[in-house]
Design a protein around this ligand. Structure first.
Ligand SMILES: Cc1ncc(COP(=O)(O)O)c(C=O)c1O
Length: 399
């Protein structure tokens, strides 16, 4: 009999999915839970976007595309990036120093970037709390994710990052607005991080998957490009940023098409070229019909949905802040709330109490070296949100 465990490599053994699996298992036992654990929008995908993908399938856009993405989408992204961050990007086939490439989801872009930059023992500095995938992506490259403790504000600033830089550091990875806390870095914080990375010769990866979900008070003026826009602050907008920033963005969250696996990356040519080689031999290309859908998506205004989420954010923070500490989320659709110390339990234990009352939230330990907070998603209908929130607040006030 084949010893299959013996065949697994160390890398495979190190990637542990038990935290998130435990939440799914708990949830599966409930017949009709109030689900505040969901990491995707609850609004319907706008029709124009669906129609564009359907048309693409009907018009036989079902085969492989160029590795870097279809020409029409590359052209549209070129305009968008120019307008938004002021970079002169173009497709990989040209000789521009800053190319753009369509990827299989934001995760695809991140994996290709890590594969291109990190070898055994190399280090990437990531925020703690972090998006679940980050440390595992480093492990998959035999590299090490160094956690930057950002509690209690959940903002990864240059001051916190600098002492963590070693000879092995290659990447500083920021995520703003962040998952799980919704933290949005200010313009000044972005600028300081960019200066630090430039001074130390590091690549600054900016995971901006939630950029469109940035709420009124956290938006700042676009420094270059169209001055009339207000957007999520980004390190990409400063002069010369294209030499040391890798911009990573997605379509899934913005337009509710997480299953389409669509994202894009732009940044320094040598890095994009390496990423494109890895894309060629792994994902091959992003799904063709979804690329046509994404092209249509770029003309759809999501402001009303973002406004709805901002209102829900206010409701959530208003309720939670009466019973615990919760850093004000400036974007995304999550709140990361502390389990009150007087309860004397871990966040995982608190989540079990929530599950007993049919409410699903995620314990901080899934996103962090600490088990002190819970992530609550407000990407759910308002009635369920309010019911779930009142149960969470009641449980936090006990004792
Ligand atoms: C911060 C962050 N980055 C990347 C991703 C991955 O996104 P995608 O579905 O586009 O691969 C997620 C998904 O939850 C996320 O929260």
């Amino acid at each position: 009999m084949l010893d299959l465990d013996r065949l697994l490599c160390d890398r495979a053994r190190q990637v542990d999915a038990s935290g998130i699996r435990r939440v799914f298992e708990l949830g599966a036992k409930l017949s009709n839970p109030i689900n505040l654990s969901i990491g995707q929008p609850d609004f319907p995908v706008p029709d124009a976007i669906k129609q564009a993908a359907i048309e693409a399938i009907k018009s036989d856009h079902n085969g492989y595309t160029l590795t870097q993405g279809i020409g029409a989408l590359i052209d549209r992204l070129t305009q968008l990036i120019k307008l938004d961050v002021g970079w002169d990007v173009s497709g990989l086939a040209t000789d521009s120093k800053t190319p753009v490439m369509v990827t299989s989801g934001t995760s695809g872009g991140l994996l290709l970037a890590f594969m291109s930059l990190l070898g055994p023992c190399d280090e990437v500095i990531i925020p703690d709390p972090y998006f679940v995938m980050y440390p595992h992506l480093a492990t998959m490259c035999d590299a090490r994710a160094v956690l930057c403790d950002t509690y209690p504000e959940m903002r990864m600033t240059a001051d916190l990052v600098e002492p963590l830089i070693t000879d092995r550091t290659k990447i500083v990875l920021i995520n703003s607005p962040s998952n799980p806390a919704g933290a949005v870095l200010s313009r000044q914080e972005c600028s300081d991080l960019l200066d630090l990375c430039r001074a130390k010769g590091l690549l600054l990866i900016s995971d901006e998957i939630y950029d469109v979900f940035t709420y009124s008070e956290s938006r700042s003026d676009v420094a270059r490009g169209d001055q009339s826009l207000k957007r999520c602050p980004s390190p990409a907008r400063f002069d010369g940023a294209e030499d040391c920033v890798l911009l990573v963005r997605g379509f899934g969250k913005t337009y509710g098409v997480t299953g389409w696996r669509m994202g894009y990356v732009a940044g320094p040519r040598p890095i994009l070229e390496a990423m494109s080689r890895f894309q060629q031999y792994t994902f091959v290309c992003a799904p063709a019909p979804a690329q046509w859908g994404a092209l249509a998506a770029l003309d759809v205004d999501m402001a009303d949905h973002v406004g709805d989420y901002e209102r829900r954010r206010d409701l959530v923070v208003d309720q939670l802040s009466q019973v615990t500490e919760v850093p004000m989320p400036g974007g995304a659709f999550y709140a990361f709330a502390k389990v009150p110390e007087h309860l004397g339990i871990t966040a995982s234990e608190f989540v079990e109490r929530c599950v007993e009352k049919s409410v699903l939230v995620i314990p901080g330990s899934v996103f962090s070296s600490r088990d002190t907070h819970i992530r609550l998603s407000y990407a759910t209908d308002e009635a369920s949100l309010m019911r779930g929130l009142s149960i969470v607040c009641e449980l936090m006030s006990e004792g």
